[in-house]
Write a protein that binds this ligand. Structure first.
Ligand code: PEP
Ligand code: MN
Length: 338
C-alpha cells in the first residue's frame, strides 16, 4: 500500500500517521520528495481501512498494490483448495463436477425422477431450490421444508449430494442437517450477517456472485465466511447485469482465470442464470470448461414449459446428457477429466 502525503504536511502530522501505522504492525519506508512524501507500507494491510486514511486531511492519495482479502488470497495459500461435498471433491486437481436439477423443487416424485436422469447423464450432484428468492412476492416462493425433504429423499434414492439455497440465518440448522452444499444466491452475496453465521459451520458453501458485484467484492464475501472459520467455499459465476437485454445476464468468462490467479478457491459456472435461455446453455457451458471452470451447475427439467420457475432456461434431460458428453471432450482438450 502506498500513501502519498500533501506538500507542506507538518512533521508532527507525518510522525503521528507513521506511528499509528507502525502500531498496527506494519513496516514503513518513507521517501521525501520535493512536492510529496510517500509512505510505502509492508506487511498485512488487509485490516487497514483505506477510507479512514483518506479522511486524514494531509493525505493526498491511498493506493493499494496488494488486495484487501487474505484467507481467500492465492498469495496467502498458494495451493489450490479442494472442497469435499459428500462423496464428491471439487477443485482444480479434481475431475470437473456437473450439477443438475430443477430451479425449484416441485415434489417428491419429480425430484427423484430428475435426480436419476441427472445421474444417468453424468451429473454428480443434484440442485433444487426449496426457498426461492423471487423478484415478485406473488410468484411461487418454494416448497420450503417440504422441498428440502424431497431433496433428501432424492439423495437417498440416487446417492447424489444435494445443493440448495439458503436465504436466512434462521434456517442454518435445517440446512446443516440436510443439505450437502449450501448455496448463497446472487441476491444474498452481500448479506454479511448471513455470511458471518455460515462462517461458524463447516459445511461447504456455494457462493454465487452478486448481480452487479465486482470480483473484489465477491472475494471479500468469501473472505467473510472464511474469516469466521469456514474455509469450505466454492465460488459460482452466474452472469452479471450489463446493458444487454438479449440475455438475462452476461456471463463473465474472464472471471475464471482471474479467480484462479487471485484465489485458491474452486470456481463453477451457472450457464442457466447467466443466459436465461436454454438454447444458449450448451455453448456457454463449453466455453466455461475451456476457460478452466471446475464445474457447472445447470437447471434441468422434464417439462420446462410447465416448470414452476425458470423454465425458459431449463434443459430437458436429453439435452443435458448431450451437453455433458460434449463437455467431456472439451475437458480433455484442456487437460481435465469429467
Ligand atoms: C438459483 O440458483 O435458482 C438462483 C436463484 O440463482 P441466482 O442466485 O444465481 O439468481
Ligand atoms: Mn433458477
Amino acid at each position: 500500500m502506498i500513501i502519498t502525503l500533501k506538500r507542506k504536511t507538518p512533521d508532527i502530522e507525518k510522525e503521528k500517521l507513521i506511528h499509528s501505522l507502525e502500531q498496527q504492525g506494519l513496516r514503513l519506508t518513507v521517501s521525501e520528495g520535493i512536492n510529496f512524501t510517500v509512505l510505502g507500507l509492508m506487511g498485512d494491510t488487509s485490516k487497514i481501512d483505506d477510507k479512514r486514511i483518506q479522511a486524514n486531511q494531509w493525505v493526498e492519495s491511498v493506493k493499494r498494490i496488494d488486495v484487501p482479502y487474505k484467507l481467500a488470497s492465492r498469495s496467502f495459500h498458494p495451493e489450490d483448495s479442494v472442497i469435499q461435498v459428500g462423496n464428491v471433491t471439487v477443485g482444480q486437481s479434481e475431475p470437473i463436477v456437473i450439477i443438475g436439477g430443477p430451479c425449484s423443487v416441485e415434489g417428491q416424485q419429480m425430484m427423484v425422477h430428475i435426480a436419476k436422469e441427472v445421474k444417468d447423464a453424468g451429473g454428480v450432484m443434484l440442485r433444487g431450490g426449496a426457498y426461492k428468492p423471487r423478484t415478485s412476492p406473488y410468484s411461487f416462493q418454494g416448497m420450503k421444508t417440504e422441498g428440502i425433504k424431497c431433496m433428501v429423499n432424492a439423495r437417498e434414492e440416487t446417492g447424489l449430494p444435494i445443493v440448495s439455497e439458503i436465504m436466512s440465518a434462521d434456517k442454518i440448522d435445517e440446512f446443516v442437517e440436510n443439505v450437502d452444499l449450501i448455496q448463497v444466491g446472487a441476491r444474498n452475496m452481500q448479506n454479511f450477517e448471513l455470511l458471518k453465521e455460515l462462517g461458524k459451520i463447516n459445511k461447504p458453501i456455494l457462493l454465487k456472485r452478486g448481480l452487479a458485484n465486482t470480483i473484489e467484492e465477491w472475494i471479500m464475501s468469501a473472505e467473510y465466511i472464511m474469516a469466521n472459520g469456514n474455509p469450505n467455499v466454492i465460488l459460482c459465476e452466474r452472469g452479471i447485469r450489463t446493458f444487454e437485454t438479449y440475455t438475462r445476464n452476461t456471463l463473465d468468462v474472464s472471471v475464471i482465470p482471474i479467480i484462479k490467479e487471485k484465489t485458491h478457491l474452486p470456481i463453477i459456472i451457472d450457464p442457466s442464470h447467466a443466459t436465461g435461455d436454454y438454447k444458449l446453455v450448451e455453448a456457454v457451458s463449453l466455453a466455461a470448461i475451456a476457460a478452466g471452470a471446475d464445474g457447472l451447475i445447470i437447471e434441468v427439467h422434464d417439462n420446462p414449459e410447465c416448470a414452476w420457475s425458470d423454465g425458459a432456461q431449463s434443459l430437458k434431460p436429453e439435452k443435458f446428457k448431450a451437453l455433458v458428453a460434449k463437455a467431456r471432450k472439451v475437458a480433455e482438450v484442456v487437460g481435465r477429466t469429467l
